[in-house]
Design a protein around this ligand. Structure first.
Ligand SMILES: [Mn+2]
Length: 430
């Protein structure tokens, strides 16, 4: 039995007060779905099996280019972060794994593994960091890392990635995610082709050391921190990388890393079709890489992404196994609350996409009935599946209303007394 941080009695009392209403709501929704030929229990079971990883770097309060306003009781190190992750998992039952960022989370891997398994948590993809200089680092990444003009700097960046793999092996991780900040701020500063060739050479070295059962995820991003050109700027370049490296290399789609209004669901479809979709960093954005809470700005877009994923799942596309991770920065909310709600929002998009009448949709598409085709998606999106989300949580031992249970627990106040404020909890934007 794994330990729980929030008292089990508190969660039980919380659920007891809400259970009768939930059962009625679930039954009513079940009848409505039944009329559409959908079994509510089947949807609930699929949703219960869906998980999304928590980013360790999202546990501290984030910041902007201007300032960071630390929150109360912020985690001081990775061990505090693991405890906060355990709270999220205990109440939502949707987040059994943690994604680590090295060197921010560097610690004895055996101790890390012990700390996580105490709460029944595992580790998701490892994330390397060559977009900032680590303390006491020999060579700077100011002018790039894996694509740097200097061979020794590239070598240092490759070795850092290999170290991340090594740590991950002890932890039971099975993937490495690489995002670099390499690029340029001025036209002419960098030779595009040479920089990309150097990047590919570095990645080939990392790929050659990847364990047989691991996957390598590369993340594209249009701009920032480089503001004129970025070495891995879009999904096209990302697809080329995955093709060049080999069968264990896949593209990772961070929803915030595209130009505004880009049709991300279509990029997702293309990557699925050509078997190079590795996974996601879920978040939301209004203007740029805002790293806002998943589904907070455009929940319909999140649904449309999941519409493609469910389509692939139902069509049993060979090798389709995307990794789901949150990647957010929380500047004005309690990170635990934001991450709980975001995990639920991702799950909601998945559940709603499961409700799409795909046979009817295919028929409308064949008949060029644009209006009813799009309405078919809307019917699924508009269905309030809150009772299914809550029921799946309840049956897995979570809380019917995770935010209410968390606030009632007084957890943040308690840790605020134990954790003095620190300058930086490693909250960042990636
Ligand atoms: Mn990301």
């Amino acid at each position: 039995m794994s330990e729980t941080i929030i008292s089990a009695d508190l969660v039980e009392k919380h659920n007891a007060e809400r259970q009768a209403d939930l059962r009625r709501d679930y039954e009513t929704l079940g009848e409505r779905l039944d009329r559409r030929g959908i079994s509510i229990d089947d949807i609930r079971d699929k949703m219960a099996a869906f998980h999304v990883a928590i980013p360790s770097w999202g546990m501290g309060t984030g910041g902007t280019r201007f300032a960071r306003f630390p929150g109360d009781g912020e985690p001081r190190d990775i061990f505090d972060k693991i405890e906060d992750c355990a709270v999220i998992q205990q109440l939502t039952r949707a987040t059994p794994t943690v994604s680590l960022h090295i060197p921010w989370d560097k610690a004895d891997p055996k101790r890390l593994k012990q700390a996580a398994s105490r709460f029944g948590l595992g580790f998701d993809a490892m994330n390397s960091n060559t977009f900032a200089d680590a303390k006491d680092q020999a060579l700077s990444y100011r002018y790039g890392s894996l694509s740097h003009a200097d061979v020794d700097t590239r070598k240092q960046a490759v070795e850092h990635n290999l170290e991340c793999i090594e740590i991950g092996r002890t932890l039971g991780s099975r993937a490495l995610t690489v995002w670099i900040g390499d690029g340029s701020n001025f036209p002419g500063q960098v030779n595009f082709a040479k920089a990309f060739e150097r990047y590919l050479d570095s990645m080939r070295e990392i790929y050659s050391q990847l364990p047989a059962d691991w996957r390598l995820f590369t993340e594209h991003k249009m701009y920032e921190p480089a503001f004129y050109s970025t070495v891995v700027q879009d999904w096209g370049t990302n697809y080329i990388i995955a093709q060049e490296l080999g069968p264990k290399a896949f593209c990772l789609v961070d929803l915030g890393h595209h130009a505004p209004n880009v049709n991300i669901e279509m990029i997702v479809s293309r990557l699925i079709q050509f078997k190079k979709l590795g996974g996601f960093h879920f978040n939301d954005s209004k203007y740029g890489d805002d790293d806002l809470d998943a589904g907070s700005i455009d929940p319909y877009r999140l649904f449309l992404v999941f519409n493609e994923l469910v389509d692939a799942e139902l069509n049993k596309v060979e090798g389709f196994n995307p990794a789901h991770m949150l990647d957010q920065s929380h500047n004005v909310t309690d990170p635990i609350e934001s991450l709980m709600l975001s995990a639920v929002e991702v799950l909601r998009a998945y559940g709603a996409a499961l409700l799409v009448d795909r046979e009817a949709l295919a028929g409308y598409q064949d008949d060029n009935d644009a209006l009813l085709a799009t309405q078919t998606l809307k019917v699924a999106f508009r269905t309030d599946i809150e009772p299914i989300l809550a029921m799946a949580r309840l049956q897995a031992g979570g809380a019917i209303d995770p935010i209410a249970a968390y606030r009632a627990s007084g957890y943040r106040k308690k840790v605020a007394g134990e954790r003095p404020a620190v300058a930086s909890g490693g909250g960042g934007i990636v």
